[in-house]
Design a protein around this ligand. Structure first.
Ligand code: C5P
Length: 219
């Protein structure tokens, strides 16, 4: 692919897991490594796009490329703010594993075990949906989300496409602990009128396929 293909395009990519604080020294998160989101940011950058990579908690270092600007965040609320500050964009790819809930009774002091643990939760904003459902020219032309499921993968992906207002859902089967932290991925591209199943590929190749999909539709 040419390094000019997506020049003049702006993209926002989220990657990694969010961290939701419990107290000043503890948090809740998930096993997301950030690999797939990092690979997508790099593939977009190599195709000439200007990329804002909004990264939560990642195991892998973010990719270095002159077209990538990194914004590091901790929580889902911060991630949403960072994404909306990076608008306008032509392309949004939500690859982050955003925690569904945050602790509503967070403590700024370290909790003591003698007090027991009584955590309360409130729902986090859905970042992909907040972008997918933007009206008119505020909405990036292509909005892409992910679905990691253990059951009814395609059916849930089709529902997500609709509820989040996405143009493409990249669906991954995560039964048996596959995908999270792994280097390869068996993905299905789910759109309004098609399902395309890819072979098991390295995450860098899945990223290239996603960027091919974008390049074919962006103009
Ligand atoms: O609803 P679910 O978490 O399964 O959806 C996954 C997709 O939605 C991913 O693209 C993820 O980045 C995005 N998402 C989000 N904000 C949330 C939850 C999920 O952007 N609060």
């Amino acid at each position: 692919r040419s390094s000019e293909e997506l020049s003049s395009k702006k993209a926002i990519v989220t990657a990694g897991g969010t961290i939701e604080r419990i107290d000043s020294v503890r948090y809740l998160s998930n096993f997301s490594s950030g690999k797939q989101g990092n690979a997508i940011a790099l593939s977009l950058a190599k195709s000439g796009a200007q990329v804002t990579l909004v990264a939560g908690n990642t195991k892998d270092a973010p990719p270095q490329h002159p077209n990538i600007s990194l914004v590091s965040v901790e929580s889902a609320v911060e991630m949403k703010e960072a994404v909306h500050s990076a608008l306008p964009a032509d392309i949004f790819v939500g690859c982050a594993a955003v925690c569904d809930f945050r602790v509503s009774n967070q403590s700024d002091k370290k909790l003591k075990k003698e007090g027991g643990l009584d955590l309360q939760f409130e729902e986090n904003p859905d970042i992909a949906q907040s972008i997918g459902k933007l009206a008119g020219n505020d909405r990036p032309k292509l909005v892409i989300g992910f679905a990691a499921e253990t059951d009814n993968l395609i059916e849930y992906a089709q529902k997500k496409l609709e509820s989040k207002g996405c143009d493409l859902i990249v669906a991954n089967d995560v039964s048996n602990g596959a995908v999270f932290g792994q280097t390869s991925n068996s993905a299905h591209f789910v759109t309004k009128d098609s399902v395309q199943s890819l072979d098991t590929l390295p995450k860098s190749e899945v990223a290239n396929k996603i960027v091919d999909w974008i390049a074919e539709r962006i103009d």
